[in-house]
Design a protein around this ligand. Structure first.
Ligand code: NAD
Ligand code: TDX
Length: 342
């Protein structure tokens, strides 16, 4: 039995990851550490409340005392806790630096002083956004693990800060740190500020979908279960100090994505509202995951379209109570601030 600390485990990717660790495997005990910020939802973890292999600690990753206590007796760490939404980082970058850069350094330090001193692994879950943006003119171009880090948003800059600390803790202290850089995730339990759950739930509510700019920006969409398996494969098979790109070769423009969602839900183009572009909007992300395939034996299996998008839309249709309770209170204030003037 391996005891693994999962930070950010009450968020979208974290809770799907915990579910895979507990339901698909019997050799993990999971300790979730999460500050329960706006995007967290303990309902996502409710099925495990009575599972003796699951426990929960409410704490900030930057809280030295709490993290030092939490890492005791752990055999590994999967570090996902972060401020995760680019638009919020445009409204206010400061919390991103605190959680994503400083929080990551604090966690690395606690691990170094704790079980990490014995060579036990910590996986830092980063993002493809740290590489910056590709142009639409060279469709064959992809980010590899040796592409330069050229983050363009406060979100990606703060995540890149975490990447650099992960690298430094390996290089200087010999800490067994590995980093994953994944593309855009979709699936159940995603907070409806991100484009897919936002557009799907708006349409179910009969509201238009706010498409930024010309809609030609491209993302590589990966199902969250594929990402979760990539993180577990990195923990189990990754080599200390290495970086692994995780993607699904599933590039779509935002316009293509929007049309696909409209079609699944039986709506026409009149439900698109073109709104002013995001500041500094990255044009295209595309990553080469061949290293994860060769070194970890990992490959995306559940991301193929249109099936994976259809089943995700079906989940939001079947789980209205989940997103209706999320889309209330402070969410309404955020929505008004973000889209009110657009
Ligand atoms: P999310 O916003 O749904 O979840 C983040 C979780 O982290 C929440 O439960 C939140 O309460 C917790 N958290 C935030 N700050 C914290 C802090 N200081 N201390 C403790 N807990 C804190 O985000 P997500 O989409 O699940 O992303 C998870 C991770 O995966 C992030 O590190 C993100 O950068 C990375 N990632 C996300 C995507 C994507 O498409 N969503 C793609 C690649 C990488
Ligand atoms: O209302 C919207 N309208 C719109 O056109 C929103 C919210 C988004 N978009 C566009 C912007 C992007 O081109 O859709 C695309 C996807 O946007 P997001 O869902 O906000 O994701 P993105 O900015 O690409 O970042 C995501 O992928 C990488 C995650 O939020 C990050 O956490 C992850 O690291």
């Amino acid at each position: 039995m391996k005891r693994v600390l999962v930070t950010g485990g009450a968020g979208f990717i974290g809770s799907n990851l915990v579910a895979r660790m507990l339901k698909e495997r019997d050799h993990y005990e999971v300790v979730v550490l999460d500050s329960l910020s706006y995007s967290a939802n303990l309902e996502n973890l409710a099925p495990f409340e009575d599972d003796p292999r699951y426990s929960f600690i409410r704490a900030d990753v930057g809280d030295d005392a709490a993290v030092t206590e939490a890492v005791k007796g752990c055999d590994g760490v999967l570090h996902l806790a972060a401020e995760s939404h680019v638009d919020r980082s445009i409204m206010d970058p400061a919390p991103f630096v605190a959680s994503n850069t400083v929080g990551t350094q604090r966690l690395l330090e606690a691990w170094r002083r704790g079980p990490g001193a014995d060579g036990l692994p910590l996986v830092y879950v980063s993002t493809d956004e740290v590489y910056g943006s590709l142009s639409l003119d060279n469709p064959d171009e992809r980010f590899t693990e040796s592409s330069p880090l050229e983050p363009n948003s406060a979100y990606s800059a703060s995540k890149a800060g975490g990447d650099l600390f992960a690298r430094a803790y390996h290089h200087t202290f010999g800490l067994n740190v590995m980093t994953t850089r994944c593309s855009n995730n979709f699936g159940p339990f995603q907070f409806p500020e991100k484009v897919i759950p936002l557009f799907v739930t708006n349409l179910i509510e009969g509201e238009k979908v706010p498409l930024y700019g010309d809609g030609k920006n491209v993302r590589d969409w990966i199902h969250v279960d594929d990402h979760a398996e990539g993180i577990i494969a990195t923990l189990e098979k990754g080599r200390p100090g290495e970086v692994y790109n995780l993607g699904a070769d599933n590039e779509r423009s935002n316009l293509e994505l929007t049309h696909a969602i409209l079609e699944i839900l039986g709506h026409g183009e009149e439900m698109i509202k073109y709104v002013p572009d995001r500041l500094g909007h990255d044009r295209r992300y595309a990553i080469d995951s061949s290293k994860a395939a060769s070194d970890l034996g990992w490959k995306a299996q559940w991301s193929a379209w249109p099936g994976a998008l259809e089943s995700t839309v079906a989940w939001y249709k079947d789980n209205e109570a989940w997103w209706r309770s999320v889309k209330s209170g402070a969410y309404r204030d955020y929505y008004a601030k973000q889209y009110g003037g657009r």
